[in-house]
Design a protein around this ligand. Sequence first.
Ligand SMILES: Nc1ncnc2c1ncn2[C@@H]1O[C@H](COP(=O)(O)OP(=O)(O)OP(=O)(O)O)[C@@H](O)[C@H]1O
Length: 835
Amino acid sequence: MAEKADSESTSCLLFDPPGEVVTTNRLKAFMDMGRPMLNNYIRHAKVGGGQHGEVYLCYKINPRLAHDDPDRRLPVAMKSVKRDNPRAEQMKKLRQQRLPTTNHTSLADKLNTTEAKIRKEIAIMKKLRHPHVIRLYEVIDDRMKDKIYMVMEYLGGGEVKWRNSEDQPVLTVVQTRRIIRDAVLGLEYLHYQGIIHRDIKPANLLWTVDRRMVKIGDFGVSHFSYAQRLAAAGAEGAQGDPHDPILLDNSDLTRRAGTPAFLAPEIVFEHTNEYDSPGASTSQFSSGASSSTIQSPSSSSPNRPPITKAIDIWALGVTLYCLLFGRTPFVANPKSHSSEWSLYNSICNDDWMVDDTMGADLVPTGGRHPKPGSEGAGAIHLLDRLLQKDQKSRIKLESVKLIIGDAQSHSWILNDLPEPQRWLQATSPAGRIHVSNDETSDAMSAVHFRWRWGAHITRRISSLFRMQRGQRVREPSPKFENSDRGPVRSDPHLKIARNIADKSFTSSTPTVYHVASSPTLNDKSGSKSLRSRSIERWPSGPSRGAPSPVGVKASAPKTRCGSETTLVQSNKIEGSSSQSSPTTAERPRARFAGFLTSISHWRPNKYSSTPDGPSRVGTADPSSSKVRLPTPITTISRTTGARTQADHVTRRSEEALRYYRTGKPIDDDEDGGRLTAARRASSWGQGDHSVEFAEVVSVTSVDQDLNEHEMNVGAGGILQERPFALRGSSRTAGDFSGAVASTSVVPPVDSADEQGVEDIYGPSCFDEDSSTIGSGFDHEEEDDDRGRWRTGSDLDDGDEDGDELGDDGDDDDDSQENVVTFSPRKRSPTFDDQD
Ligand SMILES: Nc1ncnc2c1ncn2[C@@H]1O[C@H](COP(=O)(O)OP(=O)(O)OP(=O)(O)O)[C@@H](O)[C@H]1O
């Protein structure tokens, strides 16, 4: 028993439980002083767009903070994804009528919607919490709207750019190593959690605004593999068995998702020479699937190699090659009649070339087979292992971090770390994500109805009934007053009580939400015990002080303050109000009026969040305020205990970091360098300091001071002056790739300083002509696809207008599912342009 506890505690050394993600079921779009607002987010400028959606820089407004408080406006990235494309839907239905549905039809295909894909992306992202993986904070999913919004951590440095207009590398070897090191850690975490990213490439590695670290993003085609998780986490991986069909569906692995130049040989297996020639042996690939692999279910050939996490490792190899040499390792023969076939053929059969030098700093490589010991040899050797065509011979990520080759003491990626051994210990993966059955159903909200007209009419009728002798009587119906379901028309006392409750629970601890629906305590994170399951503390809470353990005794309230005393008072008032109208029950007409009033407010989804975010104690709709008000009080003692436990748990990351830096156990009083360990931990979404949006030095980059040159060129040559384009302009961050090595670094933005923000990021979209709110948020941007290839299935639902369906001319063929098709609407891709 003790042994088990021991092993569990060591296995959870670094990776913390995933942060919960706020799910908001209401979307309110409005203009505030001429600015488009979406719930409590101001939309700023478009920072990117892909086949599934568009990404905007937004600012989360915390109205509780003063206007000059720098935390009042916090930058986030908001990705909006359209649920469905009606025309694509129509075409898909037509197609399905003609084709039988087999066991091999993917679930996503059966569900037949873009929504299924978004659901999966959200469900996967909900699991992730790692310094090198972009974090999802909130999902705004209003069924009455045609878009779903994902609020994510904002990565202000943009995509990793790796070549200039002359196809020369723009990153130095040292910068490349840092990027790859960060990517290895992020990828290792993903694989450990059973997630195959499937689209690793430089464009999906995003820089933090200070260019000190990169994070993996874009989980649009990622895949969750339970088998892989079991293999990685052992018996522990079996805990919390996922049953969700969306997550467990393996059939989408057969689709050729991803970016062609980065696809692994096993994905384009049909293009191997062996396979092409009749009767040839396919011994190059293993046909057996180990426990950590997934056999492609719709494989037509028994020899098709399994699709595993090894495809990400291959893609990482291609990425490393791109960063070092400014081009992709495998290209199509320009003379070939089919560039697609030619590229895949090259991936499966060709060796890759090595230039004499690598990186922008022209470090000698020593050729394709260099003598061991040099910087070049380390990189080429690593490439050699990453780009093994046989996935069985391909290097594992843990080995990438360890020892490469006989002549080297450690891997190339550790080269400039002062203490590689300590780094290895600190970044050793352990722990896993917990996948619960209804995670994905939580990813999307239930339908809720809005009977606004009904509310209006019933209010009118009820007011008629209430007229008694020319006097308007406002009396709540006790029958509904205590109902959990039916909100009452609040009497003045109740309003007071609610206000007090609001102040008490939301002032200094916005993390405290009602827990009426989820009384269970989470033993991993005590803070969860205070929140309903789909709600978490917003990572950059308004309070910068340490939150109070229970949200009642606030240590440093910002603008509102509450206390236990006021809370007790509120309860008294509440109690008295419930008995305030003894005569009402005797009045049938008044009761009927009360009934009409109450149903006018009733909504099927009683736990839906408010437009301002999740329901908080005392701030949710009136129905919840009275009933749930006492809940935090009753959980005080329990949560205090849980909090203690949470502190213990959340220290893990701090400990690991501190250990790496100093070799000493953590000591809170001691400053851990540029940022304290506690603040660093907070940046991971844990700990008590709400500096989560602050960019911090990762374990990989720690102790490495970047010089100005590195800061500039480290961005891959992104021009920093005005990285964001005006809405409506076709120019996006990606279009700045040609502008290499700008000499300016983005200064830190004071998010409260509007002019400052605009000076740096360009004019905001607020000033643009946005005639309606709808157009402000649902305006169809000019498609900014950069000629990426798309799977047949993606064509169906990624396009707003479905043009591609007509163009590809193959929309009635199921084989399209396995064929990568290029949309003719986009410019033709060049094979060395697959970033
Ligand atoms: N969290 C973020 N912070 C800053 N920029 C981001 C963020 N997420 C995405 N972007 C920008 O938006 C672009 C598109 O985002 P993303 O890749 O998630 O969308 P997509 O529709 O899935 O695109 P793709 O076609 O590449 O799959 C990215 O290339 C990046 O430039």
